[in-house]
Structure formats: structure tokens, C-alpha cells
Design a binder for this molecule. Sequence first.
Ligand code: GCB
Length: 599
Amino acid sequence: MTASLLYPVNNGFRRDIKLDGLWKFKFDPKSEGEEFNWQDGLKDTLDMPVPSSFNDFFTKKDEREYTGDFWYETDFFVPEEWENRRVSLRFDAATHRATVYVNGNKIISHEGGFLPFNADLKQAVSFGKNNKVVVKINNELSRTTLPCGDTVTLKNGKKMVRPFFDFYNYSGLNRSVHLIALPDESVEDYSVAYELDGEDAIVRYNVMTNGIHDVSVALYDEDGAKVAGATGRAGGLRVKKAHLWNVLDAYLYQLRIEIVDNDKLLDAYHEEIGIRVVEIKGTEILINQKPVYLKGFGRHEDSDFAGRGFNLNAEKRDFELMKWIGANSFRTSHYPYDEAVYRMADREGFLIIDEVPAVGFKMAAASFLGGLNQSFFDGEWINDLQVNHLAQIKELIRRDKNHASVIAWSLMNEPDTVTDSSVPYFKAVFDATVGLDPQNRPRTFALSEDDTITTSKVLEFPDLYLLNRYPGWYHTWGYEISDGEQNLRDEMDQWKEEGINKPIVFSEFGADTEPGLHKLPSIMWSEEYQVECVQMFNRVFDSYEFIKGEQIWNFADFQTVEGNMRVNGNKKGVFTRQRQPKALAFYLKKRWSDLPLDY
Ligand code: GCB
């Protein structure tokens, strides 16, 4: 059974004990673990840090590239005084699918490597004793998984993934694991939505609990003063002269939710929320009714040693660099990030386009790594894929719906949109996700270069257009870049002539660049060429008023599968993988610091 997915906290009613540290680890290449009762305990193990991806620790290629089942184990103590509590284990992310055993009993399975799940432990644990958790994880890819790919078996019997995407298939317990204790009757979930009324704001709230007792809700300002309160599971809080959450100027109220039995408190959950409204009107993106121009990045969770293992230190550095360079936004390309990232963005006033791991929905994405040419949405895998896709959109919105920083949902990256069979798929996904978000944020997806105003069949669906474009790099490159600029202008002219009435944000553009490579005049891969390429895009952006944002690809260099298109990963970073600036960073800092918010 899935328990509450509220972000874990410690307070007078709730306990959150992180089980991070060294766990036991073992590969299971023959998938024989269950048969030999590995769920009861692992033998002949290695040590593995949690959270981390296992891949880059190893010195043997068979281990780094390992594809298949692998297992983790650790012990945890459950205090005796928790006997009447709701005890659960929360995995912030297990990439890509996991089955969890506690004291030998299977307690939960979960599909999807970037979203949390929480297993109720009540029946499975011994109180006042040590307990054992064993987790079987699998990192294979298929055409029904998010992200998509193939898993092949080499002639030597080893399995290998062929991702239909351009980031390394880092695997493992990539985020923290929590042992949680909640009161018997507790808050399960809540949502907030906002309306502005002159100088006031109304916070519409909804609280879900697992019991019958009354709920009370109150809002406190940053000085700790109570500004509004109400009782009942649903209602509205009027905040007089509301202090709004604004771009790079965050203001957070504290929402305090309590369950009360007459005078007795049964549970309390406090979280910071930012009051702001997001709208798309014509070609404008409005935050609190004011236009905003997005400046920022597509990013990855990717760093040395731990791969996609959440790294708070790298994240801190990334936020400092994003502030330094004058960015105000990013897309969580190409999967939901650790929840700590959204909390940091909430506090800093960054805007997030929140993406599900729906990447690789296109056979041409496979051709990037070796070539297939057919329509993706005709495949016999489509029904199963859609079930997984919708489940993950729901899980994402459930997890991130209350973050002020999240301003839009990206439901896919570069899917096939030019074939007739894409239309029913898009319709089904957009229909099934209407109203899931209490704040009704815009829904969108990133369009590849194949998808233009003349070729794409699904342009009615997104509320704003995200365009990924690579003139200057994947075509019309080098000395031909002037043709690239002209072609991009021709494309934008077409949108204009068709009377575009939604904003366009460039969600990807850029050039691979080897840090330290200089050449005058420029040559591709040099730091000079990266600057010239981005300057070319900027000239185009500055010529069309319906372009409402630029999120360059990528914030930092990142690891990909090896191949003849990549030199130790994707080098389109404005910063190196070690988060040091390339020449482009100084150019962008100047441009972005000079651009007004409502550019
Ligand atoms: C894209 C993809 C992104 C790649 C990028 C590139 O269109 O969305 O995942 O990394 O191009 O650099 O090729």
C-alpha cells in the first residue's frame, strides 16, 4: 500500500530518519535473486553509498555499464514507542523500478526512476528491534518505459541499454531513503491554489487526512505573525495586502495544517508556500499578472562520482551560478528532480518548467544511436507506454503541485508529432490530465526541429510552445551559420504570418564546446564558436515579440552514452561538469543582467 507522499518532516508529531549511508549491494545478472531468497538477506556483497548511481564508482566497464537486476540491503531500527504510529519507508527515487522487501516480506513495487514512493510498514516491522530492508532494482529500458530505449544482449551474454535519449542511464538508489513515523490519524496530502483580489489574495486549500477529526489551517507570514486561519478540510483563506511570491523575489508564508480532537492536537504539518498566479494570455507568460521573459537553462542532475545521485553540494553551486549569471528559470530536463531542488527554487524565486521522463518517444531518437525510421506512435507498445506515461504525470503533479516555483508541466521532450498516429496519443494524454493540477498550470512539451508550424499535427494541445532548435550545430554549422540564422528567421516569420497566439520559449539551443579550446577566427567546439552561436540565436530572439524565453542547452556538461557524436559526454554546458565557466558564461551574464524582467 502506498502511504502519504508529503515531504517528510520532523516535528512534535512526525519523525523522519534518513537511512542514507553505506548499504550492501550486489549485481544479479541471471535474475535469480528471488529464487535464492536474496530478499531475506544478501551474501557476498559490496558496499554502496546511498544516495548515488552505482555506475561511475567502478573501474571495470562490465560493472559501470551493468544492465539488469541489482540489489541493495540495510538494517534499520524501529523504536518501541512507534508501535501505535504509521510507520513507512519512503524512497525518493529508485531508478528505474524497484521491489522492496522488509524482513523478507514484499511490501511494494514501483515503476519509474525519478519519483518517490512510500510503503506502509505496519505489518512488516518489529518494534524495538532491528529490521532488514532489501530492495531489488532493475535499470533496463524498453519502449514502454519512461524514458524509452531498448535493452539488447551482446554476443558475450551481457545486457546493454540503448537509450533513445542523450543522457547516461545512471542507475540505483539515486535519492534518499526515509524511515517515517506519523500519528495514527494524520494529514495525507494537501493542495493550494490562489486568486488575487485587489491587494488581497485568497488561498484556496484542500486537505486530505485518513481520519474523521476536524482540520484547522492557518497562514503565518515571514515574521511569524498569523495572517489568516480557517477550519475544515477545504476552504479559502483571505490574506489582506498579500505579499506575493515574485520572480527572483520570493516571499514564503508558512501554511500550518493541524488535526484537532477538541482541544487535543493529533497531527501538524507545516510547509512554506508562495502566493502567486501563473497565466498565459496571448503570447505573454504572466506571473502575478506581470509579463516575464524566461532566462535560463535546460539542466541535468549529473555530477562526478555519484552520477545522478542527488548531490546537495552540486545543487547549491548550481543555484549560486544561476543567480550569478542572471538566470530566472530552468526546465527539469528530462525528468523530475529531487524535491530539494524545488524547495531551493521556491526560496530563491526561480521558475521551473517541470518535466516528466517522457523522452525518446520517437524512432529518430533511436537513430541518434544507430538508426530506425518508423512512426513511434504506431508501435504495439503504445498502450502500455501510455499507462506508464499517465501514471508518471499524475505522480509528478501530486508531488510538485504546491511549489510556487513550478509554473508549467512539460509532458514530453521531443516526441514524434508529425505522423497521424501522434494525434490520438496527444489527445488522450492532454484529455486525461485536465484538472489534475489544482492550480491549472499551463501544460506543454518540447518540439524537436522536425516539428514546425507546417509539419506538426499536435500544435493545438500545448498552452505554450517549447522549441528545441540546433542551427549552427546539427546542421548549417560552422561557416554556414549565417544560413542557419536565415532559416531560423524564416521559421519564425512563418509562425508570425500564421498569427501565433501562444508564447514561444526556446527550450534548447547551443553548441558543444571543449573547455579551453580557443581559436581565432572561431571553429566549432571552440569557446569562441559557442559564444557566436548563442549570439546568433539572441539576434533572432530579439527580433520577435512572441518569443518569451531562452533556456539554453545545457547548464553544465553532462555524461551521455559513449558514441561518435560525444567526447566523454555532451559538452553544450555553459559551465563545465565541475561547474566552472566557459567564455559563454560571461557573455550570458552581461546579456541576462541587462534584460528587463518583462523583456
Ligand atoms: C536534444 C535533446 C537533448 C540533447 C540535445 C543535444 O534535442 O532534447 O536531450 O542532449 O538535443 O545536445 O543533442
